[in-house]
Design a protein around this ligand. Structure first.
Ligand code: ADP
Ligand code: ZN
Length: 527
């Protein structure tokens, strides 16, 4: 035998090539596929766009019977099924858009071994009817996609996922694979525990997305800044602009359109036909912008999203990572750009404090928000911090984030912070930043006179600094937790316990110096 002509017949690689047209496995895909095909349980943590689907689609083809794929969203299922069918794979989704006849037909196909993959929502899977049906079918494996939905403290908890734990007992011989892009160790443990996957092999991938450039810009005028970013760096690219509220989404989309950039809104307040249409257009057409709330994006597989812009602060570092991760899936350079300001901090703090959630839940959320704020105020490499958050160690600064490209200056703000804190204290801890800045700068406004603040010792002690500088200082004081925001909805500031050492001068405080604003072409003051 001439060994040089003998091909190594790895059925997994063979299928990867033949069915999906890919030359080689990405990252740990090959290992996962072989492990599950051989009947092993797996917990796969891989960043969005990492290629999780193949991890169960190939074993589905390699093992006899049909793979049952649990997925939380119809749109997600349908996209997958469409792609699989195009590749010639026998796949179907049992979802609520199907007629009764269609559902029965798919069920028959499943029983008769005519399907390789059947997608369904967890609530359908757990119905007695489906459970009974599955007992009679040949099942290749259970794949539980978006497995973090089982995590109660996660950002996307779905109670139906909790029931999936019984699959283990009812189908002890069927391998299970749970997949998620949520990386933190706590969520991972919770998934394993709740799904009975403690003994499953874990496949953890790196979360680094080296082609994404992370930037956080202090907000001056969000629209101007966004516009400059779009025109300078992405005049014709497709991208996503995230906003916190539906109204802002509508406003921004309209504004972009009025400026000549085609933008489609997407939020939960739009009817589902419009949402579907906008999403589909974004995926199929070129150069469109979607302005969206966080409702947009789960399962969107568009490789050439060139930028993700945040006009409001995400709730957590995980959310930021997920949302920015929708950029640059093709591996080409992409931008994650965010404008961030004092108002974000105030709004999110207030939303959190006034929510009806249980105290423990609020505590977790507060913690998450703090981590997000710390990320914004970083003076070191953003990627190092981001990966560190997911338990990953990047030994060198990345060279592809704003703080690496333009190192941030810090300055000794101890004295200024003390003045700011004193102003908060002397005015009675009820006023918002604008008034505090007026007092510090010594502006004798009606308000100052009304409350007698023009006679306070702190009046005018900060006249040496610009209002913008004072706002930056207050933003950081809030972000660092030295100052709390009142719940009354007016953004009044009060001192937090943590500020005492600074106020007493026992602890120096270094703050970041925001980069100077990029000036527009027009000179100010020219008539
Ligand atoms: P995830 O579910 O982890 O977000 P997907 O499974 O949707 O990721 O895959 C993301 C993209 O990468 C898809 O367009 C997919 O076709 C592509 N992809 C997956 N595996 C490979 C591979 N081995 N080689 C090339 N492209 C791949
Ligand atoms: Zn960096």
């Amino acid at each position: 035998v001439d060994h040089s002509t003998v091909e190594t017949a790895d059925p997994a690689s063979d299928l990867l090539h033949r069915v999906f047209g890919f030359r080689e496995f990405r990252g740990q895909q090959g290992d996962v596929v072989r492990h599950v095909s051989a009947g092993g349980d797996a917990l796969v943590v891989m960043p969005t766009g990492g290629g999780k689907s193949l991890c169960y689609q190939l074993p589905a083809l390699l093992r006899p019977g049909a793979a049952i794929v649990v997925s939380p969203l119809i749109a997600l299922m349908q996209d997958q099924v469409r792609a699989l069918r195009q590749a010639g794979v026998r796949a179907a989704s049992l979802d609520s858009t199907r007629t009764l006849d269609e559902l029965r037909e798919i069920e028959q196909g499943l029983l008769q071994g005519e399907l390789d993959l059947v997608y369904m929502a967890p609530e359908r899977l757990m119905t007695p009817r489906m459970q009974e049906l599955l007992q009679r079918a040949r099942i290749a494996l259970f794949a539980i996609d978006e497995a973090h939905c089982v995590s109660q403290w996660g950002h996307d908890f779905r109670p139906e996922y909790l029931q999936l734990s019984v699959l283990h007992e009812r189908f002890p011989d069927v391998p299970r694979i749970a997949l998620t892009a949520t990386a933190d160790a706590r969520t991972r443990e919770e998934i394993a525990r709740r799904l009975g996957l403690e003994a499953a092999r874990q496949f953890l991938s790196s979360f680094d997305r080296p082609n994404i450039r992370y930037r956080v810009t202090p907000r001056r005028n969000a629209r101007d800044q966004l516009w400059r970013f779009l025109q300078n760096e992405h005049p014709e690219d497709a991208g996503i602009v995230y906003c916190l509220s539906r109204r802002k989404v509508d406003d921004m989309a309209e504004w972009l359109n009025s400026k000549g950039r085609e933008a489609l809104p997407y939020h939960a307040g739009l009817d589902s036909a419009t949402r579907q249409r906008n999403q589909q257009r974004f995926i199929e057409e070129e150069g469109l912008i979607v302005v969206a709330t966080v409702a947009f994006g789960m399962g969107i597989d568009k490789p050439d999203v060139r930028f993700v812009a945040h006009l409001d602060l995400p709730r957590s570092v995980e959310a930021y990572y997920q949302e920015t991760g929708r950029a640059g899936r093709d591996g080409l350079p992409a931008n994650a750009w965010m404008s961030y300001g004092l108002q974000d901090v105030i709004t999110l703090r207030q939303m959190l404090d006034s929510s009806e959630a249980a105290e423990e839940h609020k505590r977790v959320e507060r913690h998450r928000l703090e981590a997000m704020l710390a990320f914004c105020e970083l003076t070191g490499c953003r990627r190092q911090s981001l990966l560190g958050y997911f338990g990953e160690d990047l030994s060198e600064p990345c060279g592809n984030c704003d703080t690496c490209l333009e190192p941030v200056e810090t300055w000794d703000a101890t004295e200024a912070a003390r003045k700011a804190l004193s102003a908060v204290y002397r005015t009675g801890q009820t006023f918002g930043v604008s008034h505090l800045v007026d007092v510090l700068r010594g502006r004798e406004t009606d308000r100052a006179r009304q409350f007698g603040h023009h006679r306070l010792s702190v009046f005018g002690i900060g006249a040496d600094m610009e209002p913008g500088q004072w706002r930056t200082i207050f933003r950081q004081l809030v972000a660092l937790g030295l100052v709390d925001v009142d719940l009354d909805g007016y953004g009044g500031l009060r001192l937090a316990e943590r500020c005492r050492p600074v106020l007493r001068g026992e602890q120096p405080l270094y703050l970041r110096r925001d980069p100077a604003p990029v000036r527009g072409r027009k000179k100010r003051g020219v008539p």
